[in-house]
Design a protein around this ligand. Structure first.
Ligand code: WTA
Length: 661
């Protein structure tokens, strides 16, 4: 593995298109205001200064974005690989998201526009509504004996009660572990047991593509052999019949019925844990990523305010699921902390048809939309007529996260959703980082497919295996070189794996350099282009080729909506490239189209990257968070054991991958 990581990745694709931000966006942006106050002449000067002087910068941001119960003694205590941010400070996340707003006019501002999947099922929650419901539930949790530091597992769909539950848990200083509602009973159970949670919070069921999912039954199955769980709180969402465990289950509405609407927030030490979030990565046992309260009260709101430029009157829609870090940070903590209005949608994007999202944008005047390349490629496959049907003129800024965005998907997004006018903030980050690390700002000229530069206060480099910064124009490992407030603090009860996963690789060169596990290249202007996970990189005749470059070349052909490429062992070349392509609607698979696509890659990237085989498929296997699972595609294609596919969003897509050996 180390050997493989050693080689630099080849650079095959050069993006020449540049999209300058409109003057009005730049002039009115939140970041421009900061630059004017501080006298920075250019964005690059500001990025460079704040990243170099990150301790001073974060000290200032901590005062600006968070309200502290007790001020911190110092900004940072960094003993690699462990950071303490704002030591000595005491703070409550729940207070920052709720109490400070209800003392202002925002008391009656809408915090969530909660759109259920059944058409017409819409609920509005003001900050006061949230405050009241959070407090009642917090008191309910206390009545069940939940204490500071206890873990509470939450298994709920995309309804505001999920956010309410998280805020109630943190209000009393307990630690939540949210598990994505699309995960199986077993996945929930494993995570509950690992965290030794004392309470499980779930609901009877929820809506998905017009049907109900029996979540309570799954929660029961998962927690049946979890002795730590003393109580299970059940929110009534669909009203369906549920099995009932006397003595353990309690209806949410019964628990809160007589609870007072005030509950004093528990102010905790800045380093107190806010949550654990299990991430499976691409292999192995899930890792319980721990995040700390103080840093989380600062990083998420600051990055949301600067990157997506949220203004008081914006309607923000982060279309991720709260079960992922994107939702933790940018549906719950950051927007509530800023006092923003956000949309939350329970259901599937194609229910009742592919126009659902665009109708939501039209109906609620969404102004900033943040979604993933997978979603964009799905809409590309369905065809632009769905978004063209709706009035999307309320939108003023777009965003992307989760995977490298293929430049053509970027262009499609800008054209069909962004009226050929809107800037796209391609944010590169991870569950581990808690906030965006690399991202454009509203002031940044954009290149399709690039997450541009490290944000102010962040430091990321592209390095070779020896820890040398690779020159612009070449590829290597993405390394985060300095700490930042929202970074992970540990793996839950597994310090060894924490050390091994991120820090060991460069420890001898420089303790404290974080190996992100992604490859990237920088172009001649220093723009970052993420090339994919280190493990997905191909090795063809001694050239390391980022899978995302080949996939992007395929997607740049007008008939291809999505592509996954994997390497097949080859005696001569080491590996040859095998491609799986999903066609856009209106295209039929044919041998001619195969040849066209292969030739297209050849002419875009050169012969070295041209696939030796290409197959058409209806879909490629993906995780439930939408990431293409190349490892599984490869195993299936090579006739090897694919392992457990139950965690995939579309296990049937695995069956459709042909065996090619
Ligand atoms: C990938 C999601 C390219 C990357 C917030 C990273 C991206 C992993 C981007 C983390 C992006 C995320 N461009 N790749 N804009 N955003 N990734 O933990 O491989 O679910 O390491 O966090 O997603 O995924 P996670």
């Amino acid at each position: 593995m180390a050997e493989e990581k050693a080689a630099k990745t080849a650079v095959l694709m050069v993006e020449e298109r540049v999209f300058e931000p409109p003057k009005e966006l730049v002039e009115n942006s939140n970041v421009m205001q900061y630059m004017k106050e501080k006298g920075f002449k250019t964005e690059m000067e500001m990025r460079a200064w704040t990243s170099k002087n990150y301790v001073e910068f974060w000290g200032e941001m901590a005062k600006k974005y968070a309200t502290w119960h007790k001020p911190f003694d110092k900004v940072l205590d960094w003993q690699p690989p462990y950071a303490k941010w704002f030591p000595g400070g005491e703070i409550s996340m729940s207070y920052n998201c709720l109490d400070r707003h209800i003392k202002t006019w925002r008391k009656n501002k809408v915090a969530y526009i909660a759109v259920g999947e059944p058409v017409g099922d819409v609920r509005l929650f003001t900050f006061w509504d949230l405050y009241r419901e959070v407090n009642k539930l917090a008191n309910g949790l206390k009545s069940l004996g939940v204490k500071e530091g206890d873990r509470v597992s939450i298994y709920l769909p995309m309804i505001p009660e999920l956010s309410i539950a998280m805020l109630a848990v943190t209000r009393i200083g307990a630690i939540h572990s949210v598990v994505f509602s699309g995960f199986s009973a077993k996945a929930y159970g494993d995570r509950v047991k690992d965290a030794e949670s004392v309470v499980s919070i779930t609901c009877d069921g929820f809506w998905r593509r017009g049907k109900t999912v029996p979540l309570k039954t799954q929660a029961d199955e998962g927690t049946a052999d979890a002795p730590s769980v003393k109580h299970q709180i059940v929110y009534k969402r669909t009203g369906q019949e549920v099995p009932w465990n006397k003595g353990k289950d309690i209806w949410w509405h019964d628990l809160v019925a007589d609870q007072p609407i005030h509950c004093d927030p528990v102010f905790v030490d800045s380093e107190h844990r806010l949550y654990i979030l299990y991430t499976s990565g691409t292999t192995g046992k899930p890792k319980g990523i721990e995040h700390a309260v103080g840093g989380y009260c600062v990083g998420p709101p600051q990055t949301l305010h600067w990157v997506f430029d949220l203004k008081e009157e914006d309607v923000w829609w982060c279309a991720a699921d709260i079960g992922w870090v994107t939702g933790h940070s940018y549906i719950v903590y950051a927007p509530l902390s800023l006092g923003s209005t956000g949309v939350m949608y329970e259901g599937s994007p194609d229910f009742p048809d592919f126009g659902r999202w665009w109708k939501i944008i039209q109906d609620y005047g969404v102004s900033v939309l943040y979604t993933s390349p997978t979603a964009i490629r799905m809409f590309m496959k369905a065809g632009p007529e769905w978004c063209d049907k709706y009035d999307l003129t309320s939108l003023r800024l777009l965003g992307s996260v989760g995977e490298p965005i293929n430049p053509e998907a970027w262009m499609w997004y800008r054209k069909h959703v962004g009226r050929d006018e809107l800037q796209i903030m391609d944010t590169w980050w991870q569950t581990e980082t808690g906030t965006f690390i690399n991202s454009p700002l509203p002031t940044t000229p954009l290149k399709p497919g690039s997450c541009t530069f490290p944000l102010p206060g962040y430091n990321a480099e592209v390095m070779d295996e020896a820890g040398n910064i690779v020159p612009y124009g070449e590829g290597g490992n993405v390394v985060i070189t300095e700490p930042y407030p929202s970074m992970l603090r540990a793996f839950y009860r597994d310090p060894e794996r924490y050390m091994k996963t991120y820090w060991n690789y460069y420890w001898k060169v420089h303790p404290g350099w974080y190996l992100a596990g992604d490859q990237a290249r920088r172009d001649k202007d220093g723009y970052f282009f993420i090339q994919g996970r280190i493990d997905d990189v191909l090795n063809v005749a001694g050239h390391r080729i980022g899978n995302s470059e080949v996939e992007s070349a395929l997607v740049s052909h007008p008939s291809c909506a999505e592509a996954a490429v994997v390497g097949k062992p080859d005696e001569v070349k080491g590996e040859v490239i095998i491609a799986f392509c999903v066609l856009r609607s209106g295209n039929e698979p044919s041998d001619k189209l195969k040849k066209d696509l292969v030739n297209h890659v050849k002419s875009t990237l050169g012969g070295i990257a041209s696939p030796s085989e290409l197959h058409f498929v209806n879909d490629v296997p993906k995780t439930r968070s939408g990431k293409i699972m190349r490892r599984i595609i490869k195993s299936k294609a090579l006739g090897k054991d694919v392992g457990d596919t139950s965690s995939l969003a579309n296990p049937e897509a695995v069956d459709a991958i042909p065996k090619i050996v």
